[in-house]
Design a protein around this ligand. Structure first.
Ligand SMILES: Nc1ncnc2c1ncn2[C@@H]1O[C@H](COP(=O)(O)OP(=O)(O)OP(=O)(O)O)[C@@H](O)[C@H]1O
Ligand SMILES: [Mg+2]
Length: 248
């Protein structure tokens, strides 16, 4: 592609093709709580963007709740909730409560059901003190709880989380972990959790998938993961071993 700079001179933009994921295949059953691990740049966020229809794969087949995400993004939106820990999906200048009201309108949730769910989420995520605060004034931990509530207000079957505990203190992390365990156990919500915090994985995930260079390097139970690297006692050691051995 040839473009002009401000002075009207031409310069060439070099394009390179990046295979963010390739030969990646997995199935998650309803009600599972799966950890999705991998080093920086492994392809986790790319996978998540394909699962919710933000990115369309150049080849292959993706189905979430029986739907093709890139072709049925709007229909799928009613069945899936997504949290990107690094980026809020809330309206920056609006009080949290107003963001929730907009979500109610977008997802066409009736007022009664919405009020009941909001009351539940306000209690379990302890949102009461800052429901009227503009999102830009919230601390990271408060904003993350707001984002989680926003992702669950329409009671999706599938919850996809991309680093929902990033930057949180130990107490906030513990309360978000307890909340996620409860959503999975009580509502049967299927959860796919991406995190670099191995404590999240240990405490929440029965199954772990590990991706590197865009392909699955491990898929099994947490126990299988721990047994996969004999001589390594902690999950940090096991995962370090897997990340480094797959790069040699
Ligand atoms: N918009 C883009 N254009 C070009 N390359 C991209 C783009 N987004 C991601 N990539 C590349 O795709 C690969 C996978 O990126 P991805 O964001 O999926 O990684 P990740 O596993 O989520 O990493 P992290 O743990 O750092 O969040 C990386 O090599 C990245 O540089
Ligand atoms: Mg990422």
């Amino acid at each position: 592609m040839i473009e002009l700079d401000r002075a009207g001179r031409t310069f060439r933009v070099k394009r390179t093709l990046v295979h963010a994921v390739r030969d990646l295949s997995f199935t998650v059953a309803p009600g599972e709580f799966v950890g999705y691990l991998g080093p920086n740049g492994a392809g986790k966020s790319t996978t998540i963007k394909m699962l919710c229809g933000i990115l369309t794969p150049s080849s292959g087949r993706v189905r979430v709740a029986g739907l093709d995400p890139s072709r049925k993004r709007t229909t799928l939106a009613r069945r899936i909730g997504v949290v990107f820990g690094q980026r809020t999906t809330l309206w920056w200048d609006l009080p949290l409560k107003d963001s929730f009201e907009l979500i109610r309108l977008l997802y066409k949730v009736d007022r009664g059901t919405f009020a009941r769910r909001l009351a539940e989420l306000t209690e379990t995520l302890d949102l009461g003190d800052f429901l009227r605060t503009p999102v830009r004034q919230l601390s990271l931990g408060q904003r993350m709880r707001g984002d989680l509530a926003a992702a669950l207000l329409h009671a999706p079957d599938v919850l996809v989380l991309d680093e929902p505990t990033i930057g949180l203190d130990v107490v906030s992390k513990a309360s978000i972990r307890a909340f996620l365990a409860r959503v999975n156990a009580e509502q049967g919500t299927t959860v796919l959790l991406t995190t670099h915090d191995l404590g999240d994985i240990e405490r929440l995930c029965r199954r772990v998938m590990l991706i590197d260079h865009g392909s699955l390097a491990f898929d099994g139970t947490l126990d299988d993961l721990m047994a996969s690297a004999p001589g390594h006692a902690t999950i940090e050691e096991v995962v370090t071993h897997l990340y480094t051995s797959s790069r040699q």
